[in-house]
Design a protein around this ligand. Structure first.
Ligand code: G6P
Length: 500
């Protein structure tokens, strides 16, 4: 795949030749660091159970990086998902995993607090009000240090380290301080806000400084990279030229150049395509349609139950279309999959009550004995069932108010191997930069959203095929392997200093 990292087939290096540590531990030359490890616990007999007690998490990131983990001296550092539990390093599916422990206080203050009730809403256009608490910030720093220490202890001399996402923004700087020999990349999976909003964060300088510890800071959209560079200039007085930020020490001497650039993430195209062609999945899609009474149009929403996803806006538009008679129960059904997420965070609890209240109201008003207006499913499903849903749905609704990328949009398009179906896509999702032939709309504009839904419902097969073909080509040419290869190649490129 990549060729960006040395491709050794020998066993992991046992050495003590790493600055600052003399203990005898395994050393890695490629390390990925993310809040969560790419595995979930798995009870005996559950789907995916291989007898180890763990199964690989679904998703493109692990698919893209696992081959490199297994081919190089690679390891993944992350939390294993259980508070107050110590898990020793272990291997799973050929990947070495280095667990980081979190206490229940860490989960409350660093994960639910600073990550998901400060940074998440702040970075998503303050759709929900961010909370600023000094105790949360202290925990964020402490936990970021713990992740960095796990790398410092185990990274080989000159190793490449790739840090993922907003939970770990201080790690690049911590690594550079302790281990200037490392090549450090960071990728932000969520949006980066404009400086006018980022300005609210009491610790804005420390966050920018943390990120600037990296050699390369990747974002989903070029507007995110632009926002970051404007913040670096405004809050740290950094000199920014083109995509390069000149990073200086306290004496004002240049320490390194950090580049900021867009690398839009994608999906495992091959896997989704294979599933979409499996007879049993095609049959399951047919069964889903039949169980819903074979309506003319199935509309589908698939989201984590998160206030950034615009589920309320989608339901409002749908209800108005039913109310005005543009759509009729029996002819149309909306399937809304809302997978449980961050359930101990107040805003998520409130959202669940609101969405479930609205669904109950719509169904109470418009259901008939035979047919339902909204089939609401508060579950997570395996990827096979998701692909069957994509195949069953005539119209996919992605109405995010703000979203780093939105991989559901890319999965839907990829699954439609017959080039049929229609995608209604928010212009506030990163995917809108690549999927230009979707029906793009502003979800705050309920009339515009309704128009887009009706255009999708009535779209001719010819127009569907034209749009789908173009979008499928875009995704096929840019799958998640390309994403990781592009990032790692850029990280390993020699920086040409631009002093002009
Ligand atoms: C988003 C974030 C990820 C996060 C995921 C699930 O996609 O970018 O970093 O892992 O949501 O959220 P959770 O809080 O359950 O890890």
């Amino acid at each position: 795949m990549h060729g960006a990292v040395s491709d050794k087939s020998d066993t992991k290096t046992e050495s003590s030749a790493v600055p600052g540590d003399s203990s005898d531990t395994t050393r890695y030359d490629f390390m990925v660091v993310s809040n969560r490890l790419p595995v979930d616990r798995c009870a005996p007999g559950e789907p995916g159970d291989d007898g180890s007690g763990w199964r690989r998490s679904p998703g493109g990131l692990v698919t893209a990086l696992a081959p490199m983990m297994t081919r190089t001296d690679g390891a993944w550092v992350g939390w294993h998902g259980a508070a107050d539990e110590t898990v020793e390093p272990f291997s799973h599916g050929g990947m070495d995993l280095v667990p980081v422990q979190l206490s229940s206080d860490d989960v409350e203050l660093y994960y639910e607090g600073f990550s998901n009730a400060t940074l998440w809403p702040l970075y998503h256009d303050v759709i929900a009000p961010p909370e600023f608490h000094r105790t949360w910030w202290d925990a964020y720093r402490t936990v970021n240090r713990r992740f960095a220490d796990a790398v410092v202890r185990t990274a080989d001399e000159g190793a490449t380290v790739w840090v993922q996402d907003y939970q770990l923004q201080l790690v690049p700087r911590m690594l550079r301080q302790a281990r200037p020999d490392l090549k450090i990349g960071f990728f932000n999976h969520i949006p980066f806000p404009p400086p006018e909003i980022f300005a609210q964060l009491p610790w804005r300088q420390a966050i920018i400084d943390g990120l600037l510890g990296a050699d390369l800071v990747g974002f989903q959209r070029s507007s995110d990279a632009g926002n970051f560079m404007r913040s670096a200039r405004r809050f740290l007085g950094a000199s920014v030229k083109q995509q390069q930020v000149h990073v200086k020490d306290t004496e004002g001497d240049l320490t390194h150049i950090a580049r900021a650039q867009a690398f839009p993430i994608s999906i495992d195209v091959q896997h989704i395509t294979e599933l979409a062609r499996k007879p049993e999945i095609i049959e399951r899609a047919r069964q889903i349609r039949q169980d819903l009474g074979n309506p003319k149009t199935i509309l589908l929403g698939v989201d984590r139950l998160d206030y950034t996803k615009g589920i309320g806006h989608r339901l409002k538009a749908y209800e108005e279309l039913l109310n005005e008679g543009h759509l009729k129960v029996g002819d149309a059904t909306l399937i809304q999959v809302a997978s449980p997420s961050r359930e101990r965070v107040e805003q998520y609890r409130l959202l669940r009550e609101e969405v479930e209240g609205t669904v109950g109201h719509i169904n109470g008003t418009y259901d008939t004995i035979e047919n339902t207006a909204v089939r609401y499913l508060h579950h997570s499903y395996p990827v096979e069932e998701m692909v069957a849903l994509y195949l069953a749905a005539d119209v996919m609704l992605v109405t995010a108010l703000r979203d780093g990328m939105n991989l559901v949009a890319k999965e839907y398009v990829t699954a439609r191997t017959n080039n049929d179906g229609a995608l209604v896509l928010s212009e506030f999702a990163g995917a809108a930069d690549q999927l230009k032939q979707a029906l793009l709309m502003n979800p705050h504009d309920i009339d515009g959203l309704k128009d887009a839904v009706m255009r999708a419902v009535k779209m001719s097969p010819k127009e569907s095929a034209r749009r789908m073909r173009a979008m499928r080509k875009q995704i096929l040419d840019h799958d998640v392997d390309h994403w990781s290869a592009d990032f790692l190649n850029a990280l390993n490129e020699k920086v040409i200093r631009d002093d002009s």
